[in-house]
Ligand binder design. Structure first.
Ligand code: FES
Ligand SMILES: [Fe+2]
Length: 378
């Protein structure tokens, strides 16, 4: 992949923007029809794109050992990812091959998956190992009743799953090292909003709203409309600097550390983002549930250990609760209010300006992938 800017380059660019009262700009303005936030048909097409792309499923760190598993619904499909006896991560549709019950729930560690309905047993490799009272199934071919596998791949500290032959490499076209498998996942939370999934994705794609939407949460610590934005493959990275970055002006550029001075937000196309703050990291996966309903799957992780450093979990929880309960609540309310307003058809389009570079790139990529679906090619 093309290299993202180094920390030193990012910090220099932030100072240039502060000095010149500028921000990174998109090449163009994007007009998105509001229909794409309400249409059932469009929503089904988007879900099809999700199934035909590698999508982020969980952090590698959520599968630390043999037998560790995560079961979630991704792109409307219950899926379980598990680390096998060979250390490899595999993913399966979370549906028993007897009569379809899920075989795993939440997160945990198992030697085998035992369906709760009638106790069929599957190995970590998905193979059907045991059927209680198997004389009741005289012709059952166990080999043919393994869990149905979907493609799983670990890259950059993330597990990706792909349900169908992919339209493109998707987010995998360019994955930097985002998270480390040795980080600790200290929380996993799910919550719902009455909003289209794209409204939630877009809410973290620009800093143009920091002063107006977050006057008491983020703005006292950050800048309005001042971001470094890079695109890589279909993905993008935004930098949100803190005001205290000014302290680094006095530091030799070669010695400047971004720790505590900025937040990196990596958007992984189409529906995941990793935010890296000094006290904690978060992976948010934004799952479309209906045109006007979205589920947030929110993993919170401690940063990697550095030699000799004691990771302060209380600080991580306090800091990440502030982000989740203060700023994020304002973003969620905005997304829900936009969705409610769509019923008026006051707008035919939403306009993303040049300050909203990451959102423009996201919509360009989504349109490219929607156009790859077979019905759009006929
Ligand atoms: S549905 Fe799983 S054992 Fe019957
Ligand atoms: Fe926001």
């Amino acid at each position: 992949m093309q290299d993202l800017m180094s920390d030193a380059e990012v910090i220099k660019r932030v100072f240039d923007h502060i000095d010149n009262k500028t921000t990174d700009l998109a090449d163009r303005v994007w007009r998105e029809p509001v229909e794409s936030y309400v249409s059932d048909e469009h929503f089904c097409d988007e879900l099809e794109v999700f199934r035909q792309l590698p999508v982020v499923f969980c952090p590698s760190a959520a599968l630390p050992e043999i037998g560790s598993y995560v079961a979630r619904v991704a792109a409307a499909a219950p899926i379980v990812a598990v680390r096998g006896n060979d250390g490899k991560v595999r993913a399966f549709y979370n549906a028993c091959r007897h009569r379809g019950m899920i075989v795993a729930e939440g997160m945990g560690n198992v030697n085998a998956f035992i369906c709760r309905y009638h106790a069929w047993v599957y190995g970590l490799d998905g193979r059907l190992k045991h059927v209680p009272g198997d004389d009741g199934f005289p012709d059952l071919d166990k080999e043919e009743h393994s869990l149905v596998q979907v493609t799983a791949e670990e890259r950059g500290g993330l597990v990706f799953v792909t349900q169908k032959a992919p339209l493109s490499k998707g987010a995998l076209a360019a994955v930097p090292d985002l998270l480390s498998p040795d980080q600790k996942v200290f929380d996993f939370t799910q919550f719902y909003d009455n909003a289209n999934w794209k409204l939630v994705v877009e809410s973290a794609m620009e800093g143009y709203h920091i002063k107006s939407l977050h006057p008491k949460s983020f703005y006292p610590y950050g800048f309005n409309n001042l971001n470094v934005v890079e695109t890589y493959g279909p993905n993008s990275r935004l930098v949100f600097p803190f005001r205290r970055i000014e302290k680094l002006r006095a530091v030799d550029p070669a010695m400047r550390s971004p720790e505590g001075m900025l937040t990196y937000v990596y958007h992984m196309f189409p529906n995941a983002r990793v935010s890296k703050l000094s006290s904690h990291h978060q992976l948010i996966i934004i799952e479309p549930e209906a045109p006007d309903k979205v589920r947030w799957d929110f993993f919170r992780l401690l940063p990697s250990h550095r030699d000799g450093e004691v990771v302060d979990i209380d600080a991580a929880i306090k800091d990440s609760d502030f982000v989740k309960d203060a700023g994020l609540i304002e973003d969620r309310a905005a997304a829900c209010s936009i969705q409610a307003g769509l019923a008026t058809r006051a707008n035919t389009h939403f306009t993303f300006g040049r300050f909203e570079k990451s959102a423009v790139h996201f919509h360009e990529q989504l349109e490219i992938h929607l156009n790859m679906l077979p019905q759009h090619n006929s």
